[in-house]
Design a protein. Structure first.
Length: 236
């Protein structure tokens, strides 16, 4: 078994997590969905790699987070490091640097927005990077990327000059890696959860996940509320 897993996550505190989902669903449900997604992600990482090869870079504090007790238990066997840099790109760079130092490479870095990932996929991406001796970049449906596998920490430093959270972030990241002499191997295309439509698609792709179960519960509640409503607007 080669490599390690690095999860970059934000504490799922209501009002601070999944703000785009919260605009449609409310702060509490958005935080619960974020927590479910993070729990699924930590479970996949733990199934892929043993203790000592799992790093969680956490922004914020789990105190007061949705599913706080469950998250603390799930993270107990992870190396937890704080995200301290002011810019998100710099926090990713620091995460890769520390993961290579603490757990060894290739470092498979994901976020908390793809609860459909599984252990075999994570290990396979590390093997792909090792076999090609190059980074692996997995594009996201929205034009960004959902996974970056680095074989050396310097590869992540290109992110300092890449604008994130844009429709061309994936393309620009691939170009920056290539320009730095590290042309990436293309990983599989996945959808991350930002909007309500994303949640529908991801829940369907991972029907047995915590995220999907919670999403179905929400849909069921919204559907039951729709029966007595006599107006044109959508419920829930």
């Amino acid at each position: 078994m080669r490599g390690s897993v690095l999860v970059l996550a934000k504490a799922p505190v209501a009002g601070r997590a999944k703000t785009r989902l919260a605009a449609d669903l409310g702060d509490d449900l958005a935080a619960e969905l974020a927590a479910a997604s993070l729990l699924d992600t930590l479970e996949a990482g733990a199934a892929a790699y043993p203790p000592g090869r799992r790093v969680l870079a956490l922004a914020g504090d789990l105190h007061g987070a949705a599913c706080e007790a469950g998250l603390r238990a799930a993270a107990a066997d992870w190396l937890v490091i704080p995200q301290t840099a002011p810019r998100f790109a710099d926090r990713i760079v620091d995460g890769h640097r520390q993961a290579h130092r603490l757990a060894g490479g290739p470092v498979v870095q994901i976020g908390m927005d793809t609860p459909q990932v599984h252990a075999a996929l994570l290990r396979g991406l590390a093997e792909l990077a090792h076999d090609h001796e190059r980074p692996v970049l997995g594009p996201a449906v929205d034009g960004g990327w959902w996974v970056l596998v680095t074989t050396q920490p310097a590869q992540a430093t290109v992110l300092a000059g890449v604008p994130l959270s844009r429709a061309d972030t994936g393309r620009l990241t691939a170009s920056a890696l290539e320009a730095a002499g590290h042309p990436p191997v293309l990983g599989p295309l996945l959808r991350d959860v930002d909007e309500v439509g994303d949640a529908d698609e991801v829940a369907a792709a991972a029907p047995h996940s915590r995220f999907a179960r919670l999403w179905r519960e929400h849909a069921g509640r919204a559907g039951s509320q729709a029966v007595p409503v006599d107006r044109d607007e959508s419920p829930g």
